[in-house]
Write a protein that binds this ligand. Structure first.
Ligand code: E4P
Length: 217
């Protein structure tokens, strides 16, 4: 499974990239707003300079024409920019046009298997079902990932599934078990994935034992 980092924060992206586990980046307007008063396009360029893989930048227009116009501008920033488009009828129209122009798209705010099927049929490069926001409403987000994996497999659809709205390590493990192509993960969750108390205890014991051998020389 590929890992994307879900942030617009450059320090987090640099740290995650240095670990060698990051295949791409996703941003959204809320994540960009968290960074304060920054220029959106400049930030996307800065991110693309750090990471080789796909970098999702979201449009804010609600009509297809507006989305396509924004998308064409964003796509000029770098070859690895992917245009994030909301899952609406207008969004699907935009995806169809952009896909014909060779511009990669990531259909976002997917909450049902049928929405994911539509995104794939319209030609989306990526589809982003939001697990955490479904869990927040007492719907099992992972059931949705399993359904989409099954449907895309049934029809050999090329669209890649990004498990989005990930909140904790269990989401990452279960998305991998379900066969999602990608998980987009906040930095704090990536950090947590690397930790285990038995690892820390093991290092401490190895060092104690090593120091004993040094004392006897
Ligand atoms: C990424 O593509 C999504 O925009 C993001 O994962 C949403 O996460 P949230 O539900 O925690 O805001």
């Amino acid at each position: 499974m590929k890992f994307f980092i879900d942030t617009a924060n450059l320090e987090e992206i640099k740290k995650a990239e240095s670990l060698g586990v990051i295949d791409g980046v996703t941003t959204n307007p809320s994540l960009v707003a968290k960074e304060g008063d920054i220029d959106f396009e400049t930030r996307i360029k800065e991110i693309c300079d750090i990471v080789d893989g796909p970098v999702s930048a979201e449009v804010v227009a609600l009509d297809a024409e507006g989305m396509i116009e924004e998308a064409r501008e964003l796509a000029k920033i770098a070859d690895n920019v992917v245009i994030k488009i909301p899952m609406t009828m207008e969004g699907l129209k935009a995806v169809k046009t952009l896909s014909k122009e060779g511009i990669d798209t990531n259909v976002t705010l997917i909450f049902s298997a049928n929405q994911a099927l539509l995104a794939a049929k319209a030609g989306a490069t990526f589809a982003s079902p939001f697990i955490g926001r479904l869990d927040d409403r007492a719907h099992d987000g992972m059931d949705l990932i399993k359904e989409i994996v099954q449907i895309y497999d049934n029809y050999d659809l090329d669209t890649e599934i990004i498990s989005a709205s990930i909140r904790h390590p269990m989401h990452v493990k279960n998305a991998a078990l379900a066969g999602a192509h990608i998980a987009t993960i906040p930095f704090n969750v990536i950090e947590t994935l690397s930790k285990h108390p038995l690892t820390d205890m093991g290092i401490e014991r190895f060092l104690e034992d090593w120091n004993k051998t040094q004392g006897s020389k």
